[in-house]
Design a binder for this molecule. Structure first.
Ligand code: HSE
Length: 304
């Protein structure tokens, strides 16, 4: 085999109280990566505005790491087509990393298990987040809802209920180059025991909701009193977007990953267009345009 194409979905991380632990793959946007054997070295080709130096590019870092880890001598050409808006909390860098890990596995016949693919894709996050966290990459590699245990890395996947729907509003604002680093810098380093109990109770209930396939229980538990309040000021109109969406029938509303996108949790019986309009109006109240997508959870990255 000389060339492999893989496609990986966007994702939302945290789902409120599950900071760096929860991820959900979203059937909203996709990145596509084509890996082709070449004589030597790593070459990156893309029409998108992303770095093409392998050590600064998400996919490049994954290929560097996998070549070394699995002692692959062949060179690799990486062609990247971004479909996921970068820097908006939709798991854009994670999807390029996930597609790359899946494609590399197939190209060199490695037959790696899910945890190893997630570990390899996680290396790519260093390029954008400055630190490795596995919530988005796990969701993008495995699909569905994921719980990330670290030290040692052990990712659990749970299939979401079929009636779960998400409404994602992506504000059209300029985001800093190192957005994730910026939005991580405002997260409190210390928290009170009582706050951690509240978040833990909601996080545990979200997991129960996915296990019991109960979208209402999931949506009602999307409540974060630790990270969301610390980041809200980075998103123009956040409180209006949240209030409007809840009033329009969303079960739960929070920041998607490190933001600035905002995500509403609902079911297929909810008035999804009404929630979408409510979120749009919330951003408009802060003079901010947004793109709104209504979607379902997604399967994981696949070769095509
Ligand atoms: N869990 C991460 C964060 C996701 O919220 O910072 C961003 O990549």
């Amino acid at each position: 085999m000389n060339s492999v194409i893989a496609r990986a979905p966007s994702s939302t991380a945290n789902l409120g109280p599950g900071f760096d632990v929860f991820g959900l793959a979203l059937d909203a946007f996709y990145d596509t990566v084509t890996l082709t054997r070449q004589k030597q070295g790593i070459t990156i080709l893309t029409d998108d505005k992303i770095p093409v130096s392998p050590s600064k590019n998400t996919a490049g870092l994954v290929v560097q790491y996998m070549k070394k880890k699995f002692k692959i001598k062949s060179g690799v050409q990486i062609r990247i087509k971004k479909g996921i808006p970068a820097g908006f909390g939709m798991g854009s860098s994670a999807a390029s990393a996930a597609a790359t890990a899946i494609a590399f596995d197939k190209l060199f016949g490695l037959k790696l298990d899910g945890n190893t693919l997630v570990e390899c894709a996680g290396v790519g996050e260093r390029a954008s987040a400055g630190s490795i966290h596995y919530d988005n990459v796990s969701a993008s590699v495995l699909g569905g809802f994921v719980v990330v245990r670290t030290k040692p890395l052990n990712v659990l996947k749970i299939s979401p209920p079929s009636d779960l729907r998400l409404v994602v509003a992506v504000p059209q604002i300029a985001v800093p180059a190192k957005k994730t680093e910026v939005s991580r810098s405002v997260v409190p380093k210390q928290i009170s025991l009582s706050d951690s109990v509240v978040n833990l109770s909601n996080a545990a209930t979200i997991v129960a909701g996915f296990v019991q396939k109960d979208s209402t229980l999931i949506g009602n538990s999307i409540k974060d009193i630790i990270v969301e309040p610390a980041r809200a000021h980075l998103i123009p109109g956040f409180f209006a977007v949240k209030k409007n969406a809840l009033k329009a029938g969303a079960l739960g509303v929070t920041i998607s990953g490190a933001g600035p996108s905002v995500i509403s949790f609902a079911t297929k019986k909810s008035k999804l267009d009404k929630i979408a309009n409510a979120m749009r109006k919330g951003f408009a109240s802060a003079k901010t345009d947004c793109i709104v997508v209504v979607c379902k959870p997604s399967d994981g990255a696949k070769t095509i």
